[in-house]
Structure formats: structure tokens, C-alpha cells
Design a protein around this ligand. Structure first.
Ligand code: NAX
Length: 328
């Protein structure tokens, strides 16, 4: 049998952590033949709660779960780790300015980037879920100079899955009938869920929808504001769907995208599509041989151009703000 893969999850005692850990333990992150060792990172006040979750994981008697260790120290939590899911972050509290939010998160993601740089395994792959995810990923990445930059990603797969579900509903088809949707830009309300290149049962999706007003006034805002709608309905933010998207993101990264399709992930820009080099922005991506690659050569129509530029401008502003704070 294979040696266990070390998976570090931060914010392990939180609500996404609670949904995520059981999916990992059951083998859905890396597949049914890969044993996993969990390394949970929490702040000291939440270690006890993480221990409770670990007790429940024990009680799941998962055949693939080779061990669980709990830490309140980043250096230890990331030591030897192969996959890092950075879920724990500082949420925006009432009256908090954006600068304060970025600074508070810099206090988390800078030392975590340093710890990854110092001790993670050579094949480390990092997914940042904790918000503001793209910029938190940028902060961590910039403090891990010895790790290839493309190992740092941020999650827009939940937005991608939300877009798939909305479009499938609108057209009365299954999500599996839809290919080549894409989320562009920031994981924020400015994101651009695009169906410009999407196909529904082989037909162009925009033609199948044939309703530009629905796209602009319903589809895009529904996807972009879904998080707020979940909070409104559930009284709590998205958790199981976010965990599910994190599983999808890593599973695709390791196992690849199917021929003739792509997915969405926030990856380090190489300057493609006018997105400034170095920003961690969402693109249509394929995964092959364990690497995410930006889909090249797509024609971008005027509507898409405006939307992409607006979201990327927000990312550039966030980067400038953390630069001023000395965090990147
Ligand atoms: P919770 O507040 O339930 O859990 C967060 C956990 O992180 C807490 O247990 C906390 O103690 C821990 N934590 C805080 N600082 C830490 C640190 N320095 N090291 C380790 N652990 C630390 O939040 P939850 O609902 O689980 O959401 C987690 C994050 O995901 C939030 O930032 C949230 O905004 C973000 N989300 C991102 C999404 C995405 O698509 N990218 C969607 C879902 C979610 O909103």
C-alpha cells in the first residue's frame, strides 16, 4: 500500500473544517487508494474543540485515516505536509475597515507561508479558502520563496459549482451537461462568472440561454452574492458546500480535468488575459500531471472584458494595500 499523504487543515475546529475533515478521512480528497494523515492547526482557544472533532474522526473508523495530530503552532503543523488547506482566517467584524482586515489576515498568512517554506514536503500544494482568499494566498506565497509559486492557489471552485447549478436549473439540464464555465477574478462580489465559452450538450450556452438580461441581472449577481443568500437563509455562512468545493479543487489538481472541459481556480497569473503577473486571480484552468494551467487563447468579448477588468482591478488594489502594509 501507499505511504500516507500528510494533509494540514487550518481552522480545523470551524464549520468548514467540520464538514471537510470527514470528507478527507473518507478518501474523497485524494482517492480511495491513498491513506491520509491529518495535521490540524487551530488557535490555542480552539484546540479543545479540534480535539473533539478528532474524537469523532476516530469514531468514524475510516480505513484510510492513518493518524491525526493537533497543533497550535504553524511550524509544526506544516512540517512534512503534502497538501495544505488554509481555511482558518480572520473574519471581518462590524465596523472593520478593509485595511484592518488585510492586516489581521497578514498576521495569519505571513507566518503560515513562512512555515510552509521552512518545513513542508517538496510536493506541497496549498489551497487557501479563508477570506479574502486570493490576497491571503498572495501573502502566504510571497513568504515562501523556496516553494514554486504555482503551488499556491485560492478557492473559486465554490463559485464555479454555484454557477454550474444556476445554469443547469435555468436550462433544465444536469450539471454534467455543462462544460467550460469559468469564474474570473477575485473571490468576492466583483467576480465574473462567465458562460461566454460554456457549452450545454455541445451547444453554445449563451445561445441556449438566449437572454442577455438574465445573464447580467440574475445569473451573475446570484452566483456572486450566493454567500450572502446562504447566510440570510441559514443564519450561518456556507460550510458543507465550501468543504465540497475544496475537495473538488484538490482532487482535480491531483487527478486532472477531463478532456474537453476545464474548471476554475485562482492561480498565480503569468500575465494571461491582461491580468497583472503575480496576482492570484481566478481563471479557467485545466489540470494535467498534477499542475493547474491557465486555459490559453480564448477570445474575450467586450462584456467579459469589462467584468474581468473590474474584478482584477479590485485584486490589484488589495495587493497594493498589503504591499503598503509590508505584507508582500
Ligand atoms: P469558522 O469561524 O467557523 O472557523 C474558522 C476557524 O479558524 C476557527 O475555528 C478559528 O479558531 C480558526 N482560526 C482562526 N485563526 C486561525 C489561525 N491563525 N490558525 C489556525 N486556525 C485559525 O469559519 P468557517 O465558516 O469555517 O470559514 C472559514 C473561512 O472560509 C472564512 O474566512 C470564510 O470567509 C471562508 N470562506 C471561503 C469561501 C470560498 O469560496 N473561498 C466560501 C466559504 C467561506 O465563506
Amino acid at each position: 500500500t501507499q505511504a500516507p499523504v500528510n494533509v494540514t487543515v487550518t481552522g480545523a475546529a470551524g464549520q468548514i473544517g467540520y464538514a471537510l475533515l470527514f470528507r478527507i478521512a473518507s478518501g474523497q480528497l485524494l482517492g480511495p487508494d491513498t491513506p491520509v494523515k491529518l495535521r490540524l492547526l487551530e488557535i490555542p482557544q480552539a484546540v479543545k474543540a479540534a480535539e473533539g472533532t478528532a474524537m469523532e474522526l476516530d469514531d468514524g473508523a475510516f480505513p484510510l485515516l492513518a493518524g491525526i495530530d493537533i497543533f497550535d503552532d504553524a511550524k509544526q503543523a506544516f512540517s512534512g505536509t503534502n497538501v495544505a488547506l488554509l481555511v482558518g482566517a480572520r473574519p471581518r467584524s462590524k465596523g472593520m475597515e478593509r485595511g484592518d482586515l488585510l492586516e489581521a489576515n497578514g498576521g495569519i498568512f505571513k507566518p503560515q507561508g513562512e512555515a510552509i517554506n521552512a518545513g513542508a514536503a517538496d510536493d506541497i500544494r496549498v489551497l487557501v479558502v479563508g477570506n479574502p482568499a486570493n490576497t491571503n494566498a498572495l501573502i502566504a506565497q510571497s513568504h515562501a520563496p523556496d516553494v514554486p509559486a504555482d503551488r499556491f492557489t485560492a478557492m473559486t471552485r465554490l463559485d464555479h459549482n454555484r454557477a454550474l447549478a444556476q445554469l443547469a436549473k435555468k436550462l433544465g439540464v444536469s450539471v454534467t451537461d455543462i462544460k467550460k464555465l469559468a469564474i474570473w477574478g477575485n473571490h468576492s462580489a466583483s467576480q465574473y462568472p462567465s458562460i461566454q465559452h460554456a457549452e450545454v450538450n455541445g451547444k453554445n450556452a449563451a445561445e441556449a440561454v438566449n437572454d442577455q438580461a438574465w445573464l447580467a441581472d440574475t445569473f451573475i449577481p446570484t452566483v456572486a452574492k450566493r454567500g450572502a443568500a446562504i447566510i440570510e437563509a441559514r443564519g450561518l455562512s456556507s460550510a458543507a458546500s465550501a468543504a465540497s468545493a475544496a475537495i473538488d479543487h484538490v482532487h482535480t489538481w491531483v487527478n486532472g480535468t477531463p478532456e474537453g472541459d476545464w474548471t476554475s481556480a485562482a492561480v498565480v497569473s503569468d500575465g494571461s488575459y491582461g491580468v497583472p503577473e503575480g496576482l492570484i486571480s481566478s481563471f479557467p484552468v485545466t489540470a494535467k500531471n498534477g499542475k493547474y494551467e491557465i486555459v490559453q487563447g480564448l477570445e474575450i468579448d467586450e462584456f467579459s472584458r469589462t467584468r474581468i477588468d473590474a474584478s482584477v482591478a479590485e485584486l490589484a488594489e488589495e495587493r497594493d494595500a498589503v504591499q503598503k502594509l509590508g505584507l508582500v
